[in-house]
Design a protein around this ligand. Structure first.
Ligand code: F0G
Length: 482
């Protein structure tokens, strides 16, 4: 996607694919969007898709499939045990990652359940670059604790650092020394670090982390859900790899990990998940949980059709034309918003464009969820559905204290190969309008707060009737436009 120069001098990402199946979209008038928000308890997770224009909630399970993936699905071998489909997927994973054993799971968090159930105990400590919501909950559920050892730069919303997902190696070393290696079941490195804005780690950093793990005899595990973006950034930003093929980068990276797990709702443009392991002993240790929680060892809760699609999708993940599409669209969106003065996470990462709600809505305290409020306001202003990634997404401490997030972000995910440039321009336009009307946006408070993963299905209400004021301003400014 990068190679084409425009005569006009403009620098816009060019898709190396064409659209062959479409889905009609619905853009409701602002008054109906306001009513939809009331129905949804001001939580974008609870909106009905029919009321959403551009769904930028997530890139999970909603990336566009290719003609080759669709074709492969027709060839699926549907048997409970020993299907040819499993063999094809298994062989593809071995070909790409060089890891001998594969345990299929129905999605990424199911892999996390198996890993935590196998290894995490009361008092365990799991150091990681940054937590993901479900990965943390599975560790805590087993009595363990997460310690984030992200390099300082990763915590800065605006930065020019190319690898904000890197681990602070000295801090990792100190952490393991302090808690004792026997209490550290594994170190977790998340590729394309989700909650800090889809930020990558470098191969150089993994080498250093590996050395620390070797020093203490601790396992190193990669969450490869967002590996595609991370691979793109390694090739683009890490000098050593600029002329190295994506397959070779993947092999080199994989060789440093003991376990690699993934959500195939992200990696491989389909739906599913799994765990790859290097040692036979580990494989045997975990194997029993697959039939118990997921399904037989050759499908793990996935449909064989999806497994065929993943196998093809993994090949496509080795193709820069495909894996550059997301990061380049996100870069474009980030640059347009920056040019309009809107506060966003920099440098642009993978997964989506991330708005910085702390600077967008400085008048809303973290107890009233600035990121949740911004996601709500954006839906009202545009029909674009984003996701809160801030204090609402944090769990409360066991004593009920509200943990305040380091960052208050709204993620505008760009599912791969799904949106067009004019749709991205529309989102930029409406975010900019909202930025110019930010004083009208108020906070939110819970009226129904679930104990586990509250952000998924908790219900809220606005503090004051700011949604009506915002909708009225929209109507005045845009008149009869949607
Ligand atoms: N790890 C990472 C880094 C993820 O981003 C996700 C999911 C998971 C694990 C869990 O995988 O959904 O297949 O069970 N992220 C989704 C998101 C939910 O919207 O970012 P899953």
């Amino acid at each position: 996607m990068t190679q084409v120069k425009f005569h006009s001098g403009r620098n816009i990402p060019l898709e190396m694919h064409k659209v062959r199946i479409i889905q009609k979209l619905n853009l409701l008038p602002v008054e109906e969007r306001q009513a939809a928000l009331v129905e949804a308890g001001y939580n974008t997770f609870l909106l009905q898709n029919k009321d959403v224009f551009l769904d930028m909630l997530t890139d999970s399970g909603v990336n566009a499939m290719s003609d080759r993936q669709e074709a492969a699905m027709l060839m699926a071998d549907d048997s409970y045990a020993g299907s040819m489909t499993f063999t094809r997927l298994n062989n593809k994973l071995i070909e790409i990652f060089d890891m001998p054993y594969f345990l299929p799971t129905h999605q990424g968090r199911a892999a996390e359940n198996v890993l935590s159930t196998t290894w995490v105990r009361e008092g365990s400590v799991v150091p990681m670059n940054f937590h993901f919501t479900t990965s943390k909950e599975h560790i805590v559920r087993m009595g363990g604790r997460v310690i984030e050892v992200l390099a300082q730069e990763g915590r800065k919303v605006t930065s020019t650092h190319p690898f904000k997902g890197n681990i602070d190696v000295a801090l990792l070393d100190k952490t393991i020394a302090e808690v004792g290696a026997q209490n550290v079941p594994f170190v977790r490195m998340e590729a394309g670090t989700n909650l800090i804005g889809g930020q990558p780690f470098s191969v150089a950093n993994v080498r250093e982390v590996r050395a620390v793990c070797d020093k203490y005899g601790v396992r190193l595990l990669m969450d490869a859900s967002l590996l595609a973006d991370n691979l793109y950034f390694i090739k683009e930003r890490e000098e050593e790899f600029k002329d190295v093929d994506v397959r070779a980068i993947t092999k080199e990276l994989a060789s440093m990990f003991d376990v690699i797990y993934f959500s195939a709702r992200k990696l491989g443009f389909a739906r599913g998940g799994g765990i790859m392991v290097r040692s036979e002993e580990t494989y045997r240790e975990m194997r029993g949980y697959i039939p118990l929680y997921e399904g037989f060892l050759t499908y793990g809760g996935m449909s064989v059709r999806e497994m065929e699609a993943i196998a093809v999708g993994l090949d496509e993940t080795m193709d820069m034309d495909y894996i550059s599409q997301g990061p380049l669209f996100i870069k474009y969106m980030t640059e347009q918003l920056l040019a309009n003065g809107v506060p966003v996470v920099t440098p642009s990462g993978g997964l989506g464009c991330h708005l910085d709600a702390t600077r967008f809505l400085p008048h809303i305290s973290q107890e009233n969820y600035p990121a949740g409020s911004l996601a709500t306001a954006l839906y009202l202003a545009s029909g674009v559905r984003g996701m809160e990634r801030g204090t609402m997404s944090e769990a409360r401490e066991p004593d009920g204290t509200q943990l305040l997030a380091d960052m208050e972000l709204v993620r505008l995910a760009l599912p791969r190969r799904v949106f067009t440039m004019s749709q991205v321009d529309y989102a930029v336009d409406r975010v900019t309008w909202l930025w110019e009307n930010r004083d009208l946006v108020g906070g939110l408070r819970f009226i129904e707060e679930p104990a586990i993963l509250r952000f998924f299905y908790g219900r809220l209400e606005p503090v004051g009737d700011w949604p009506s004021a915002l909708a009225a301003k929209f109507r005045a400014d845009f008149q009869d436009s949607l």
